[in-house]
Ligand binder design. Sequence first.
Ligand SMILES: [Zn+2]
Length: 231
Amino acid sequence: MPHAALTLLCSLLCLACPISAYAEEIFDGFSLAMLGAHTNTCAITFDDGPGPHTPRLLGILRERNIKATFFVLGSRVARYPQTMRAIAAEGHEVGNHTYSHVNLRNLAPETQRDEIARTDAALLELGIPVRYLRPPYGRYDKNTLEQAAIENLTIVMWSIDSRDWQSPRQPMARVLPRSSSGKVHGVFLFHDNHRSTVDAMPRILDDLAAAGCQFVTLSEYLDNDGPVCLH
Ligand SMILES: [Zn+2]
């Protein structure tokens, strides 16, 4: 269902949401969790790459026939163009994570524009289209929203943070969230620039599969039917 239709449905049906809660530009953690609540869909996302460990990760995903979503840095796209091409060629989705991993909040509008537009341009040069922006640290302001709209990007966060950067030996040690039906779902955040994360991914993916995850790209996750309330 198109996002505009979802928002309209939400405004008609989801009376529990505050009136001011509807925004088309951002899928935050709450709205992502709500969106998948009646499903067992799991969108695996990797931020901060591509990097030297990404090719090994691609092999792990390929073995399991899992399509993931990579929020990449423009500076690293320029440094690892072959890996970037491989990500796209293997059917994974690609999003914009800014050029140099800056906190966009309170940056001058023109600096924000540069961070976002340069990354889009680096990807388009490789023939890779982009639909989503994930601001580093989840930090943004109204200028980010304006720039994302100009670039035709939807801002998408995550609903489950593996905290792999914080606990490299035990990413995903936290309890998996389950929907009311007992199924695991959500948009999972990992970082493929950490060797330890890539080392742990076979076990994590196999555990998620055993828990009932149906792996999808971010676009497929967002295309879930049903109204979603954004705030
Ligand atoms: Zn990041």
